[in-house]
Design a protein around this ligand. Structure first.
Ligand SMILES: C[S@@+](CC[C@H](N)C(=O)[O-])C[C@H]1O[C@@H](n2cnc3c(N)ncnc32)[C@H](O)[C@@H]1O
Length: 473
């Protein structure tokens, strides 16, 4: 039996996707990611669609093909465009190079089976660049200059195609596993006194299927999703609008010869035929490190598969979630608790994580450890089951801010081993890249490096080649 609380507005049915969400003003929720001042939709500004009432910073809204707007709320909006432009251009470049390598390989002496695979994969890669180009067109990333790149602010770990498998799982083939995840959360919510999720924020929403399902099974007044990756915002907008998007999936471990590249059709109806009740919302692009929301703006915060992938210590995110919630608001956590840190104290077990949450003003109302299928692409030989930790907690107390921004700036920076290693790594890279002047050969650069670092010749050659390959155009 489905553990879904009866929705009050179940008769307000719209066709799946299209028109099920109306644009909803976000002004009462938004805050300037730079200074924290109130942010309003700007009618009369020269450039920005959102404007800070305090510091006058302006932020653009990106118009999606269906006419909806995705606010671009990064602290330095131009620098974020430059960074995403850089990532996008790199991806295009690399994919074109890869396509060329498939075409070139056809010139060799290969079997007819290999030939068929090379042809199919090369054609799919070429189509994939076109598909991404079209999808990301509203962000105009191709034309963004790199003049702002010096101001890098975003985590390098997130690229255009990070978590790409989630796109196909959410909107092509993963209905079963998405419903299983949603069902765990619905069961948990049933065990609490929570009747209404009110204004809900999903952090690190990705392509957005999980909140999409919760909107359809719970009472949600408004559902706001935030992620750092523009591709997810675009795909989510298309799904919301009832569009179909064709995109190639390249499974990491193809099941067989015919599954090395598979054309998928992403659409909301692959996930569910349930319609949303009267519930509005939107997708916002921004960085969880500088969130564009007012304190206490949300009744519910959902963090699916997010907290343990973030590089900062978990305490920081406990403060963040606490700050976003109204007193008594609900935090819904689901995902893994594989906390990675240089500091062994911070590699929390699930039990320590719960203890930590309690110390930061949360009361755990219900929890669950279910083993669920994870990314079971029908085209892939790799399939995982994960024991997923989920809980619903209420915000029952406040907590002190421990964010890195408030660190004592006059204290000495500890010279950790990781810091020293990073330093010598960067110095070596800088020396190799700085030696490139259009005249020196690989051997000459390697000889200079070998001399300076007392390396043997072959090792220096290998290092120089590796670093030049990583940075070469
Ligand atoms: C493991 S995925 C989970 C996606 C989705 N919640 C799900 O369950 O499928 C992590 C998500 O966090 C997003 N993310 C990573 N770093 C972020 C940041 N600094 N700010 C906002 N989102 C971030 C990624 O783009 C990605 O969508």
């Amino acid at each position: 039996m489905s553990a879904v609380k009866e929705k009050e507005s179940a008769n307000l049915i719209a066709p799946i996707g299209a028109d099920s969400f109306s644009p909803v003003p976000l002004d009462d929720l938004l805050a300037c990611p730079a200074c924290g001042g109130d942010l309003s939709s700007a009618q009369n500004t020269t450039e920005g669609d959102f404007r800070c009432d305090n510091c006058a910073a302006e932020y653009p809204g990106i118009t999606m093909p269906d006419g909806s707007t995705v606010p671009w709320l990064f602290v330095h909006p131009d620098a974020a465009f430059a960074e995403w432009g850089d990532r996008y251009n790199r991806l295009m470049h690399e994919t074109r190079d890869e396509t060329a390598s498939y075409v070139n390989a056809l010139g060799g002496d290969v079997s007819s089976l290999t030939r068929a695979r090379l042809e199919r994969h090369g054609t799919a890669l070429e189509a994939f660049t076109g598909q991404l180009e079209e999808l990301l067109e509203p962000f105009d990333l191709r034309r963004r200059t790199t003049e702002n790149l010096a101001r890098q602010q975003l985590s390098k770990a997130q690229t255009v195609t990070s978590y790409m498998a989630n796109v196909f799982r959410d909107w092509a083939w993963g209905a079963e596993e998405m419903h299983a995840s949603a069902e765990v959360l619905n069961e948990l919510i049933c065990q609490t006194s929570l009747d209404d999720l009110g204004t809900m924020l999903t952090l690190g929403a990705g392509p957005g299927a999980l909140p999409f399902l919760l909107e359809r099974s719970q009472n949600v007044a408004r559902s706001i999703k935030l992620d750092i990756n523009p591709l997810f915002a675009r795909i989510h907008a298309a799904m919301q609008a009832g569009e179909a998007v064709d995109l190639y999936e390249f499974p990491f471990a193809p099941l067989d010869e015919s599954n090395t590249a598979v054309l998928r059709r992403l659409q909301a109806s692959n996930l569910t035929d349930q319609n949303c009740g009267e519930c509005g919302g939107g997708y916002v692009l921004g960085d969880i490190s500088d969130l564009p929301f007012r304190a206490g703006a949300f009744d519910t915060v959902l963090t699916p598969w997010l907290i343990d992938i973030l590089p900062q210590p978990v305490d920081r995110w406990l403060v963040t979630v606490n700050r976003l919630l109204q007193p008594g608001g609900a935090w819904i956590f689901t995902g893994s608790t594989s906390f990675v840190s240089d500091d062994p104290v911070l590699r929390f077990s699930p039990e320590e994580f719960f203890e930590r949450a309690q110390a930061f003003g949360f009361t755990i109302e219900a929890s669950d450890y279910s083993t669920l299928p994870y990314l079971h692409s029908p085209a892939s030989a790799h399939r995982r089951y994960e024991r997923v930790v989920s809980f619903v907690a209420t915000r029952t107390g406040e907590c002190a801010d421990v964010s890195g921004v408030k660190a004592d700036r006059s204290a000495p920076v500890p010279a950790t081993t990781a810091m020293q290693f990073a330093c010598s790594n960067y110095m070596l890279r800088a020396q190799i890249l700085g030696a490139v002047n259009g005249k020196r050969s690989i051997s000459e650069i390697a000889a200079a490096i070998a001399h300076r670092y007392e390396l043997d010749g072959d090792a220096a050659l290998q290092i120089v080649e590796q670093i030049l390959n990583q940075h070469g155009e």
